[in-house]
Design a binder for this molecule. Structure first.
Ligand SMILES: C[S@@+](CC[C@H](N)C(=O)[O-])C[C@H]1O[C@@H](n2cnc3c(N)ncnc32)[C@H](O)[C@@H]1O
Length: 290
């Protein structure tokens, strides 16, 4: 079966889930998280010229789980599962991997809004934008705000809910996935492909937001590019979803090296039961010493 057919079957069969991985030992990876593989396809990611395994899984019976646990404890310790479950029914590597994210979103772009709790995304985008606009410097003309990982453009609705009509605040979205980008464009967001975004000159934006993106794994070079494109005193307002303190420390250190200091760190009320930190980073003015 093709990967899109596997996803179609997952949507029809209630207790199934999908696993994305670069490794091809899918049966073993599935067992480690309590599932057995029903079918799988190996396909090429739209970026990185790399193959990804897409597997359809169903929960193992209790008996099979007991055998698998015994086999794992007898076997090597290197076989630890390291996946995070997103959009309720998709497992992707916890470390984040743009090669996998690009394929994942290409496959689900048309169904993204029915799979995601899109109201939560819109409300979160509103919180991120409100803080970004409040804390960032004013300027002559419209204030440019980068929407990094804009997806299908839910920040457009969030901006309107905050009372902006696009004349005083200009939202510019970019995304790893071209299919998501074209949906955002259809919603009225100004968009640029990631490769073009990387070439935008420094100091162009008063603020940047990134809503439910960082946990997919954003390379350090792109984080540095976000920082470089901010004006001095500019704000990066983002959420770190399903993360942990180690991931937060790594992110903070990467951004600090790019002149962004953490000035706010608070649990988001939109998902009170899940680790989801609202983080505000401020760009140094150049005169400050870190
Ligand atoms: C869960 S969606 C969120 C979309 C939108 N911000 C929202 O809140 O609805 C994550 C988006 O981030 C994009 N993405 C993931 N990793 C990325 C990366 N490294 N660079 C740029 N975009 C990325 C995906 O393609 C996807 O559109």
């Amino acid at each position: 079966m093709r990967p899109d057919e596997l996803i179609g079957r997952m949507l029809r069969e209630e207790d199934t889930v999908i696993l994305f991985d670069r490794r091809n030992d899918v049966e073993q990876q599935a067992r480690l998280i309590g599932y057995e593989a029903l079918d799988c396809a190996i396909t090429s990611s739209p970026i990185g010229n790399a193959n990804v395994t897409v597997a359809l899984l169903r929960p193992m019976s209790e008996n099979a789980q007991r055998c698998a646990t015994t086999a794992t404890s007898l076997g090597s310790r290197s076989g630890r599962p390291s996946f995070v479950k997103l959009l309720d029914r998709f497992y992707i590597p916890k470390a984040g991997d743009p090669v996998i994210s690009a394929l994942f979103f290409q496959l689900i772009a048309e169904r993204y809004e029915e799979l995601a709790a899109i109201d939560v995304n819109r409300q979160t985008a509103e919180i991120l934008l409100r803080a970004a606009l409040k804390e960032s410097p004013s300027c002559d003309g419209p204030r440019k705000v980068l929407d990094f990982g804009c997806g299908t453009g839910c920040a457009v609705g969030a901006l309107m809910a905050l009372g902006h009509d696009g004349r005083n605040v200009e939202l510019i979205g970019t995304d790893l996935c071209e299919s998501m980008l074209s949906i955002a464009k259809g919603r009225g967001e100004a968009v640029v492909p990631l490769t073009e975004w990387r070439a935008i000159p420094g100091g162009d934006f008063v603020a940047a937001i990134s809503c439910f993106v960082l946990h997919y794994g954003v390379p350090a070079d792109d984080l540095a590019c976000i920082a470089q494109q901010l004006k001095p005193g500019g704000i990066f307002s983002a959420n770190l979803f399903k993360g942990d303190e180690a991931k937060l420390a790594q992110l903070t250190s990467t951004l600090s090296m790019a002149d962004l200091d953490l000035i706010w760190n608070e649990q988001l009320i939109t998902t009170p039961d899940t680790y989801n930190r609202h983080l505000l980073f401020k760009k140094r003015n150049g005169r400050e010493v870190s």
